[in-house]
Design a protein. Structure first.
Length: 318
């Protein structure tokens, strides 16, 4: 899984199915990219023309795991305390929306001395071979160049937590659908997760966005134009309101007691889209089921006898 950083202009999450985590796989995934890649300490990410940034969360976690129970004065706890001081500065700067040039200045004047203190401190440690503390110190020393890179690049976070959080929904989903039996199935799962998680990163209503894609894309055939594809990207300014807000939010703002389903023509194509106007129980939260039932019935070729009427008894909560 690859995702753009928090400060990127385009917020994207791309899931790709590959059968291993080898160096060749990483090269295939990243290709000729020559920007900055931020990862954990896995060795297979070390190839390529890009600048490689490390993750301070991974480094910190190894020291946390080295702290003896209830021993806040241990050497590992001291290392964590130093790292946390840098995290506090970073968190406060991001929360205050400090511009990149100010973040760079802050890192040089305030964060760099903290990082230097950390490395001076762990340089004095002599942990026993095979210990958790020894593994933590070795990791931090081996990753030093990568862990220092963020200091000179304000667009780079201290951690790759964003990628870790973005991959988590797929891990949870995989436990529910119990894996993919074929490579094609895994590719399909990766494709849909890319669309869904990118929509989420751009603040869209995922159900509304997917419904819109399924209504618009078939009318464009197998070779849509670049202009058409640009118009449905998650960051497009021309997406309909149903992609940004739930049907419940849209309709109850002006008609709090009713939902109705009608047909309308998209201003960007000849495709049909749905507008919710009426249901018997608007506050039960079942409108997605109402709309999805109506949508998939239409998608399979079945048409309502009266397009302005929805038989709510068929779709409402029972």
């Amino acid at each position: 899984m690859v995702c753009t950083g928090a400060s990127a202009k385009l917020l994207i999450a791309i899931y790709t199915y590959l059968d291993n985590r080898s160096k060749v796989t990483a090269e295939e995934l990243l290709g000729s990219y020559d920007g900055i890649v931020q990862t954990d300490g896995l060795g297979s990410y070390g190839s390529g023309e890009y600048l490689h940034a490390g993750c301070w969360s991974h480094a910190r976690r190894k020291f946390v795991d080295s702290i003896p129970e209830n021993d806040k004065n241990s050497k590992a706890a001291k290392a964590v305390e130093i790292i946390d001081r840098a995290f506090v500065l970073e968190r406060e700067a991001r929360k205050a929306n400090v511009p990149p040039e100010k973040i760079l200045e802050m890192r040089q004047k305030e964060v760099r001395p903290i990082i230097e203190e950390f490395y001076n401190f762990i340089g004095t440690l002599r942990p026993s071979k095979g210990s958790h503390l020894g593994a933590a110190v070795t990791y931090a020393l081996n990753q030093k160049d990568k862990l220092l890179l963020f200091l000179d690049h304000p667009e780079v976070e201290m951690t790759n937590n964003l990628a870790e959080h973005t991959v988590k929904p797929f891990v949870i989903d995989r436990k529910n659908f119990l894996f993919s039996e074929t490579d094609k199935g895994a590719d399909a799962s990766a494709l849909f997760m890319s669309v869904i998680e990118t929509a989420k990163r751009n603040g869209l209503n995922v159900f509304g966005y997917l419904s819109y894609l399924m209504l618009v894309l078939p009318s464009w055939g197998k070779t849509p134009s670049e202009e058409q594809l640009d118009s449905i990207m998650p960051w497009s300014a021309t997406l309909p309101e149903t992609c940004h807000r739930t049907y419940h939010q849209i309709v109850t703002a002006s008609h709090p007691q009713y939902f109705i389903v009608t047909d309308s023509i998209s201003p960007h194509s000849n495709s049909q889209q749905l507008t919710v106007i009426h249901c018997d129980e608007p506050n039960t939260g079942f409108e997605p089921r109402l709309i999805s039932a109506h949508f998939f019935a239409r998608w399979s070729g079945w048409r309502l006898r009266n397009k302005n009427e929805v038989h709510t008894k068929s779709y409402a909560n029972k």
